[in-house]
Ligand binder design. Sequence first.
Ligand code: AMP
Length: 219
Amino acid sequence: MKKPYRIVMLGRQGAGKGTQCSKLAATLGIVHISTGDMLRAALKTGSSYGLLAADYMERGELVPDMIILGIVHERLEANDCKVYGFVLDGFPRTLAQAQALDKFLEPEGIKLVINLDVPKEVVLERLSSRRVCTGCGRTYSILKAPMVDWSCDDCGEAVIQRNDDKPEAIARRLFLYDEVTSPLIEWFDQSGKLATVKGDEDFEVVAREITRVVDMVVT
Ligand code: AMP
């Protein structure tokens, strides 16, 4: 793959996209763009689009394309993305977003789309047991709790269950993934950019397979 890398990571919520994208970004020296993290950060600082998005996020609904496209376009225009490249996590999630992404990146477009494939039953279990640090975002689970009283081992802030990891919101998010986002797998496959990686293995095994797929596109 000729640099800069331009990679999309698709996959159900709870498939491990966030942790795998962080690792991949560190390995390749590229930018990790998570639209979910950007929205949560915007909400924390009280920015206008964070506040606009908050209600959708709490209910597990998709934030309207108009808001998301503005944020992503601005981020992709930044110098680091242009120079080093990026991996997109949680975007695109709708056909309109995928088409807009093509336009943003004309003429070369995206180089590789990785479909991190994890069965629904597995992500359901992971999402329901997930707990997240309100300070640094570190992820825990009810099976792997922080050492002391639900305070983060790294920063000491409270570790909680995200509102959108509560049962009703999880059901809605997974439904929207099947209905609205998963058709993008076929869409990207038709343009010959898709590689599927089995995501329900050990973290390191999955990370190695992702790197192998990226390397294959390089050569
Ligand atoms: P995530 O952490 O990626 O699961 O995102 C958390 C929430 O942010 C989602 O449930 C949506 O409400 C919103 N969100 C993140 N990315 C997008 C996107 N590309 N399109 C619409 N909504 C998004």
